[in-house]
Design a protein around this ligand. Sequence first.
Ligand SMILES: C[S@@+](CC[C@H](N)C(=O)[O-])C[C@H]1O[C@@H](n2cnc3c(N)ncnc32)[C@H](O)[C@@H]1O
Ligand SMILES: Nc1nc2[nH]cc(C(=O)O)c2c(=O)[nH]1
Ligand code: SF4
Ligand SMILES: [Mg+2]
Length: 240
Amino acid sequence: MTIPVMEIFGPTIQGEGMVIGRKTMFVRTAGCDYSCSWCDSKFTWDGSEKDAIRKMEPAEIVDALKQEGGEHFGHVTISGGNPALLARLDGLIDLLHADGIKVALETQGSRWQEWFTKIDDLTLSPKPPSSGMKTNFSVLDFIIESLQLKQEGSFSLKVVIFDEDDLVYAQEIHQRYPQVELFLQVGNDDLETTDEKEFLPYSLRRYEQLIDRVMENDILKDVRVLPQLHTYLWGNKRGV
Ligand SMILES: C[S@@+](CC[C@H](N)C(=O)[O-])C[C@H]1O[C@@H](n2cnc3c(N)ncnc32)[C@H](O)[C@@H]1O
Ligand SMILES: Nc1nc2[nH]cc(C(=O)O)c2c(=O)[nH]1
Ligand code: SF4
Ligand SMILES: [Mg+2]
């Protein structure tokens, strides 16, 4: 069973969410059922790089990870695109686990897969109104109920915030799933710039603005507010 792979890179730090700062490798799969207006990984689904997609067996992916990262990693993050479109991703997860490697996964929570229960660090990132996408709450409810039944591994919610409507959406999420750790992440609205000197102060200002809005919020009490740490170091660069 092959997996459509767009890129494999690392080791680097996980720049976002529940395991921010952790040394990890990345496997980015191709294809998404969403088309978020501000997606920073559009090349995984907009057809612009379809020739770069490699259909790989799980063992080939593990080989490629070792080629890139040598023996000096113990954690792999699977992102995309939406890796939850792949019914048979458990082959790769099992192979990595057999090697003592922990597995994280990023998905928007639009599809359930049985193998979600095997993921060590699962991030569900439902999309706020600014994305132009609509959350199917019956699917997200089912995913979260199913994950709450399992004993091993952990999962969290991460909502990207661009504007006030997004904050209202984050409130709804927090009130609907009060038991689940919620991370609020600054939206990056400048995906084109390569001017890292301008980008860092600009990103810091946006992070501070989000912090200000959350600090005065009566509903968003038990949350964490994070930037995309990798963009502070490497801007919009790919494969880092
Ligand atoms: C590229 S997505 C791939 C995984 C999955 N499709 C998802 O959206 O969760 C990985 C993470 O990047 C976030 N992201 C995408 N574009 C972003 C942007 N412009 N600013 C901040 N975060 C962004 C997504 O919300 C998601 O949490
Ligand atoms: N360093 C780093 N951290 C990340 N966290 C989530 C990423 C993603 O694109 O899914 C990402 C990424 O592309 N790079
Ligand atoms: S769900 Fe994720 S990969 Fe898909 S378009 Fe949105 S941000 Fe991009
Ligand atoms: Mg990214």
